[in-house]
Write a protein that binds this ligand. Structure first.
Ligand code: GCW
Length: 677
């Protein structure tokens, strides 16, 4: 039964006769000129894909001759003979149709060839013609990573699709085939790095960097290497204490420094191309350099020094804030924290440290401002961290396709280098000459049959990776691609599914969190409405609603001064009530419920309207899906239908809780007299 395990690598049989004949005639004999594990993986993929799509595999020719209708090569001389552009980057590739109805895939490296093969298979799955093609592709971002928040007991922090595919019962998985399938899926969309344990590194996971586990970490790395993916580990900053029996982890202590140097050497003995370490330090009770009155530059540089001799890098997270705040204290603003901690130490980090910065200054909310740290540190490598797993966006029970959100973030103009300094141009290294940079994201997979719980949530993983490869791709193009790869090229299906996906983030926003306010969720698990759930807590996450108004005043004039962390143009945009975009109004300002938005509605009427509309639109999502019943395999159809039904019920809960809360707080009637409790 088709449960969606294959994700977008389905390789369904091609039934369109014309297309089938074209492919069959052009894909007959294969010649490949090198024999690395990666090339062999590419050939395996091709053969499997072709036998399933066009009923035959390629006949492999040992020597290169005119019969070879498909050439895979990394040799420039061969490429040049066929007039193929050879000036591309290491992971780049060219696919070109050459004379006599043949094709060549040239990569600078075997990984480029692998990517080219996946691209070819994608063209075939979406039934594009292979005649007269000349595709030159190279990634815009050098780091295109995933962070898995998997624990060794098998649980996944913020995981909504079963348990870990890497660990069970405090040991590694026995299902290595599944790890390999994950590597294939990730390589097919160009992911090239993975940190496969949670950034919250607990006792057992701390030991991943010891000889007890390193041989098995190496086994994981071997699988991923074949697919062009480097392995990283999240580490416990206090490892010298937990593992080394020392009484300090002070980054300036000589013995601590030596301990890490020895540790790095040991890791590289097992994994010669280990990517490096990912560190959550001084964040949510994790240990870090602050304990020793040292800066984050001191902490990161100590590790960087230990890993540099092996070309390892240190991914250092900027999610550092006071998580023991007193809610009565109106001057401390969590949104300010990352910038306040890191901006002053710009230029102090070693070349092999990359600061990993969440897209927003708070935490992966449905809607929040972008982090003002992007572009503010010209002398320090930066990368963007997104969250694919839907912690705050419906936990893969609700449909919430995040590509449109990520596009907004990537395209956001920071003005760091004047007009047109979008975030994508900072994290791809084109604004400032960074040594390492790119994009990472928290993965949304688990061991569910379909990997992501909600089958349509597969689109988030796909879309993330495509954007990491090329942030200029449009949301529409990515969505169309994914829909075709997943459900076939039937126009109605592609249209309906694409529309559902593209609207879903706005729909979710409508019935959950109005005007950028955020955090009105149940504490802990973060699912479902609870307006005051975080209002009197230590987490720095408040909305300040009272009988008169709502919102967080982050202005310089009267608030926390957060707006001052942006470059001038954005500061002016957010600082003044009149300029501030509606969708972020309550993120930056505290306003009366009667405040009139740019849309013409008052804040309170907007809250009522969007919550009623959001439910109607959620009902619309299900209706759209039901129209596809005859065309979708039953187990996928039913699974998605059930989730969409749950989404409707839960959207009603959101609507009624939020509307009732604000009706009771404000005492203001809904102009349209709808049912509020
Ligand atoms: O959003 C918060 C999550 C935590 C997570 C943390 C982080 C891994 O609720 O579960 O911890 O962010 O990003 O470190």
């Amino acid at each position: 039964m088709d449960r969606g395990y294959k994700m977008w690598l389905r390789y369904n049989q091609i039934t369109n006769q014309e297309v089938l004949e074209e492919y069959q005639s052009c894909l007959q004999h294969l010649h490949f000129s090198v024999n690395t594990a990666t090339i062999l993986a590419a050939v395996d993929e091709l053969q499997a894909g072709l036998s399933s799509m066009i009923n035959h595999s390629l006949h492999v020719l040992k020597t290169k001759d005119q019969r070879a209708t498909l050439l895979l090569t990394i040799e420039e001389s061969i490429a040049k003979e066929e007039n193929v552009q050879v000036e591309i980057e290491d992971e780049g590739y060219v696919i070109k149709s050459i004379k006599n109805n043949r094709l060549i895939i040239f990569g600078k490296t075997d990984i480029g060839v692998l990517y080219g093969v996946f691209h070819l298979l994608r063209l075939m799955q979406t039934q594009c013609s292979l005649k007269h093609i000349y595709i030159v592709e190279q990634p815009k971002n050098s780091l295109r990573m995933l962070n898995e928040w998997d624990n060794m007991d098998g649980s996944i922090e913020r995981g909504y699709a079963g348990v870990s595919i890497f660990f069970e019962n405090n040991q590694f998985t026995k299902d290595w085939e599944r790890v390999k399938d994950y590597a294939r899926l990730l390589a097919s969309v160009g992911i090239n790095g993975i940190a496969f344990n949670n950034v919250n590194v607990h006792e057992q996971e701390t030991k991943l960097i010891t000889p007890e586990y390193l041989p098995t970490v190496a086994k994981v790395a071997n699988i991923f290497r074949m697919y062009g993916i480097k392995t990283f580990l999240s580490i416990n900053y206090a490892s010298p204490i937990s593992l080394g029996g020392m009484d300090t982890a002070d980054p300036l202590n000589e013995e601590v420094r030596q301990w890490w140097k020895d540790k790095a050497k040991e890791i590289y003995r097992f994994i010669p191309d280990f990517g490096g370490v990912l560190v959550k330090a001084d964040s949510e009770h994790r240990p870090g350099p602050f304990t020793y009155n040292r800066t984050h530059a001191d902490g990161a540089n100590m590790l960087a020094g230990a890993f540099a001799p092996f070309d390892g890098i240190v991914l250092w997270r900027c999610f550092v804030y006071d998580c023991m705040q007193d809610w009565r204290d109106r001057s401390t603003d969590r949104a300010r924290a990352a910038y306040d901690h890191f901006k002053p130490i710009d230029g102090k980090f070693h070349k092999n440290v990359v600061l990993q910065i969440k897209n927003g200054p708070m935490d992966f909310q449905v809607r929040e401002a972008v982090s003002p740290l992007f572009g503010a540190m010209p002398n320090t490598n930066q990368m963007l961290e997104l969250q694919i797993t839907q912690e705050y966006t419906g936990q893969q029970k609700h449909l919430c396709y995040l590509v449109p959100q990520w596009k907004e973030i990537l395209d956001f103009d920071t003005y760091a280098n004047g007009v047109n300094t979008p975030i994508k141009s900072i994290v791809d290294g084109s604004q400032y000459k960074y040594d390492h940079c790119g994009i990472t994201a928290v993965s949304n997979v688990g061991n569910d049959d379909n990997w992501t719980g909600h089958t349509l949530a597969q689109a988030n993983l796909y879309g993330y990776a495509r954007l990491a490869w090329n942030p200029d791709l449009s949301a529409e193009l990515i969505t169309d691609e994914w829909a075709k790869l997943t459900f076939g090229v039937d126009e109605q299906v592609v249209q309906v599914v694409s529309n559902m996906l593209l609207q879903s983030w706005h729909i979710y926003e409508k019935y959950t969190s109005p005007l950028g306010v955020g955090w009105m969720v149940n504490p802990g698990h973060h699912y479902g409405p609870n307006v005051d759930g975080y209002e009197y807590s230590v987490w720095g996450t408040y909305h300040f609603a009272d009988s008169k108004g709502i919102g967080v005043d982050r202005t310089v004039a009267t608030g926390t001064g957060f707006t001052n962390q942006y470059f001038k143009e954005n500061k002016e945009l957010y600082e003044t009530l009149n300029n501030c975009p509606d969708e972020l109004l309550l993120f930056f300002h505290h306003v009366p419920y009667t405040h009139q938005l740019k849309s013409g509605d008052t804040v309170i009427q907007h809250i009522y309207n969007t919550h009623f509309e959001g439910v109607e639109e959620a009902i619309g999502l299900k209706k759209s899906w039901l129209s596809l019943e005859a065309k979708i395999s039953p187990s996928i159809f039913n699974g998605v239908s059930e989730r969409l039904q749950h989404q409707i019920e839960h959207a009603k809960e959101w609507r009624d809780v939020i509307n009732t809360y604000f009706y009771r707080k404000s005492g203001i009637e809904d102009e349209k007299n709808r049912k509020i409790y």
